[in-house]
Design a protein around this ligand. Structure first.
Ligand code: NAP
Length: 351
């Protein structure tokens, strides 16, 4: 039964205006976030929505009027899975989705850290947050998680592939851990997507995948013209096997010490290659699933988390808020196959 939205009363944010794009408008619409006056909440209790403080976001401006508020498409039974959600952007994003009243499955590879993160959100008044262990780099863990979703949750609507690793300091470019980086950031996300795809409920317009990615993996960072042209794929011939072959080639070059001569992205190369592969796979997947599951990428930009050793332009909460806005875009506005640089889908870069 879908009872939550009927009980919600909307109140727009005071001064969220927007720049240009309709995508930004839709994201901002989904950022008209709800808070409840009662805490903790019960799923069936009537909730009064209060305006949240105006967010500090790159895509807002105080000059324009807020767009009219569409009804939310989700309910308390809408299931969102977030990977690597025990800290950083994933944790903030899971909190934001829980705050919106979704049923959030917070996952983490470490049982104790994950359970503590979920308990913290439940203590903040979000009783529907569940923890389940998931190491995205471990096939057995991915398979066990998919079985649990099937048997104990019954399916999912939103998957946010957030879990990732990078072992470099801001100014360094070691590929010592390239295999782990590729296994987690690209193969892990892909493996989880393929395991969960049959379990998406696929109600019209609601099924969606959001992959946390990075501008470091955009095509304009690739210095090898033939690689760039392969990924640009003007003729629509690119296949998943070629993306995997690209990742394997990079790892082979790391092993034989020649990787620096092959025109890969120059900054955080192993991480950039993992996101390059994730972006390319996301685009193919979006085409494959068009009309059934929307697939998009989101780059939060330079964000202050453990991954950046605390450096960055914005907080994890700000990034989580914008990511949640994209994950919750209305079905009629939700694109597929786009790379969102903050709120803006990029026009000139193919994933
Ligand atoms: N921060 C930025 O400036 C920035 C910029 C662009 C893109 N991004 C992307 O945004 C996402 C979140 O980054 P962040 O900055 O929040 O990173 P973070 O603070 O380092 O958090 C990474 C999360 O991923 C988890 N994780 C790592 N390996 C995992 C595995 N094998 N299985 C499951 N979980 C795993 C970590 O768990 P543990 O606690 O167990 O290690 C942690 O919860 C990533 O995809 C990242 O690439 C970040």
């Amino acid at each position: 039964m879908k009872c939550r939205p009927a009980a919600l009363i909307y109140s727009p944010l005071p001064s969220v205006g927007l720049r240009i794009s309709s995508h930004s408008t839709a994201i901002a619409s989904s950022l008209f976030l709800f808070t409840t006056r009662s805490s903790p909440r019960s799923p069936s209790s009537r909730q009064t929505v209060q305006p949240l403080p105006s967010p500090s976001m790159d895509c807002s401006s105080s000059k324009e009027t807020p767009p009219s508020k569409p009804a939310p498409w989700w309910t308390g039974e809408t299931v969102a899975v977030v990977t690597g959600a025990n800290r950083g952007i994933g944790h903030a994003l899971a909190a934001r989705l829980a705050e919106q009243g979704l049923s959030v499955v917070l996952t983490a590879r470490d049982e104790a850290r994950g359970e503590a993160a979920a308990a913290e959100l439940r203590a903040r008044g979000f009783p529907s947050v569940r923890f389940r262990r998931l190491d995205v780099a471990d096939p057995a863990s991915v398979a066990a998680f998919a079985s649990w979703i099937r048997d104990h949750v019954g399916g999912l609507d939103i998957l946010v592939n957030n879990a990732a690793v990078s072992f470099n300091e801001i100014e360094t470019n070691s590929v010592e851990h390239a295999e782990t980086v590729l296994r987690t950031n690209f193969y892990g996300a892909k493996m989880l997507i393929e395991a969960l795809l049959p379990l998406f409920r696929r109600e019209a317009g609601t099924s969606r995948i959001l992959n946390l990615s990075s501008q470091l993996g955009l095509l304009n960072k690739v210095r090898d013209p033939s690689l760039r042209s392969m990924l640009l794929d003007e003729e629509g011939k690119l296949r998943e096997e070629e993306i995997e072959a690209m990742a394997s080639r990079f790892l082979a070059q790391v092993k034989d010490g020649t990787w620096a001569d092959h025109g890969w992205p120059a900054v955080w190369t192993d991480y950039a290659v993992s996101k390059l592969a994730l972006n390319a796979y996301s685009r193919l997947l979006a085409a494959r699933l068009r009309g059934a599951v929307a697939v998009n990428c989101f780059c939060p930009g330079f964000t202050r988390t453990d991954m950046t050793r605390g450096w960055g332009k914005r907080t994890a909460e700000e990034a989580g808020r914008v990511a949640a806005g994209i994950a919750l875009m209305p079905p009629t506005e939700l694109p597929t196959g786009k790379f969102f640089k903050w709120c803006t889908p990029q026009l000139y870069s193919k994933l």
